[in-house]
Design a protein around this ligand. Structure first.
Ligand SMILES: Nc1ncnc2c1ncn2[C@@H]1O[C@H](COP(=O)(O)OP(=O)(O)OP(=O)(O)O)[C@@H](O)[C@H]1O
Ligand SMILES: O=C(O)[C@H](O)COP(=O)(O)O
Length: 408
């Protein structure tokens, strides 16, 4: 059982709120897309309107990456979205950070610096050990309670996610609550249950396929995108040099053996593309798998229309469909057809769940909506869709194991 904001007496309480606003960053090093910030507006507004004193904690990027930047521009954007001043503090758990948190008044909000600027935050710990990190020991004394709204990072067992709820009373924010409501009950969703696995994260998709087929969660797994191409190769189809080289370059060659093992074990439940679309003379051109391989330069960029018809027929009988990753290179209009149509057909299923933040923004750009639930998380949603526990959720469930360090 996890406490939510309904269980929290907010007025006058200093709340550390972990959000996931890890976002695309432009060439100038500032925020380029605010979709993830918008997702947390309900939680933050509610806490502020109820008289909370809010210190926002978040990570941005990974060390060494171009998107590993300060949260200053995130704070500026949050200020506009929340329609109130939101200060940015350029440290996370120093004296200055604690002082800024302690001087918050009811209804005030500040953003602490990128948690991953400190090396401990890029490590995975068990919850007890995470509670002993500099970040948690340094900041917890200035907080009364901890709210975790960062569903999209909940598959990480990093200090800001599992350490704070070990020393402070922990609550799920509104994003976390709604994600858990839907994704935490995947085993109870209407059957038959179909998983559609597309996109380019082949190892993750094969992990999901193994897990959901082994556990009997999936009645069918439909493959598309690069995942579909890997399954075609595993089934003995020559998808051509261009697609094979792409799979090899991504380091996914070993995945073909894993896909073949999966076909041996659960072949009857796994659907493979029956045709693919390539670019020929500058246009979309469809080829049945029997007509493969295509020309040397022609990559399989989308599923074709007979695959779509086949998958749509399977979806007609589904009670629940869970989708992750696009069916093709949706960024190019000629190859967006598979994603638009397949995801469109999924909206007619009684329960339709989309896992994966990037897929969600792709769907918005393609004008497809009407799903039962679109998750804010990529890796976290995938893990939940296999009915595996998430460390940050377990830490909230377990509750504080010991007293928070004393305020000085
Ligand atoms: N047949 C294909 N060949 C090459 N690239 C493909 C093909 N099908 C899909 N893609 C690419 O896959 C990418 C998206 O895959 P990915 O697995 O990262 O999905 P995602 O929705 O971004 O996942 P998440 O939200 O979990 O990050 C897109 O950029 C798309 O162009
Ligand atoms: O974007 C995400 O999936 C989350 O913010 C987690 O980020 P990470 O994969 O860098 O831990």
């Amino acid at each position: 059982m996890i406490d939510t904001l309904d269980d929290l007496d907010v007025e006058g309480t200093t709340v550390g709120v972990r959000v996931d606003i890890n976002s695309p960053i432009g060439d100038d090093g500032t925020l380029a897309d605010d979709a993830r910030l918008r997702a947390h507006v309900d939680t933050l507004s509610e806490l502020l309107e109820r008289g909370g004193r809010v210190a926002v904690l978040a990570h941005q990027g990974r060390p060494g990456g171009d998107d590993f930047v300060s949260l200053e521009s995130h704070a500026e954007r949050l200020s506009k979205l929340l329609e109130r001043p939101v200060d940015h503090v350029d440290t996370t758990f120093s004296d200055a950070a604690r002082e800024a948190v302690r001087t918050l008044e009811n209804g005030d909000c500040l953003v602490l610096e990128n948690t991953r600027f400190y090396s401990e935050e890029y490590m995975e710990f068990d919850a007890e050990r995470a509670a002993e990190t500099h970040l948690v020991e340094g900041l917890a004394p200035a907080l009364d309670v901890y709210v975790n709204d960062a569903f999209a990072a909940a598959h990480r067992s990093q200090p800001s996610l599992v350490g704070f709820p070990t020393v402070l009373p922990g609550y799920a924010g509104r994003v976390m609550e709604s994600e858990l409501d839907v994704l935490g009950t995947i085993e109870e969703t209407p059957e038959p249950r179909i998983y559609v696995l597309g996109g380019a994260k082949v190892p993750d998709s094969i992990d999901v396929a193994w897990s959901v087929l082994e556990k009997g969660l999936a009645d069918h797994v439909l493959t598309a995108g690069v995942v579909g191409n890997v399954f075609l190769i595993a089934d003995g189809v020559d998808v051509g040099d261009a697609s094979s080289d792409f799979i090899y370059d991504q380091g996914y060659w070993d995945e073909i053996d894993r896909a073949a093992d999966l076909l041996d074990a659960y072949g009857d439940s796994i659907a493979l593309p029956r045709d693919v679309a390539v670019e020929r003379d500058g246009e979309r051109h469809e080829l049945g798998v029997n007509a493969l391989p295509p020309g040397d330069e022609e990559a399989a960029m989308d599923i074709g229309s007979s695959t779509l018809a086949y998958y749509e027929r399977l979806l007609e009988d589904a009670g629940t469909v869970i989708l992750n990753g696009p069916a093709g290179v949706f960024e190019e209009e000629a190859f967006a057809t598979g994603t638009r149509q397949l995801y469109g057909a999924a909206t007619d299923v009684e329960m339709s769940i989309v896992g994966g933040g990037d897929t969600a923004s792709a769907l918005r750009s393609l004008g497809v909506d009407g799903f039962t639930h679109v998750s804010t998380g990529g890796g976290a949603a995938l893990r939940m869709l296999t009915a595996e526990p998430l460390p940050a959720v377990t830490a909230l469930q377990d509750g504080p194991k010991r007293q928070q360090p004393a305020d000085d």
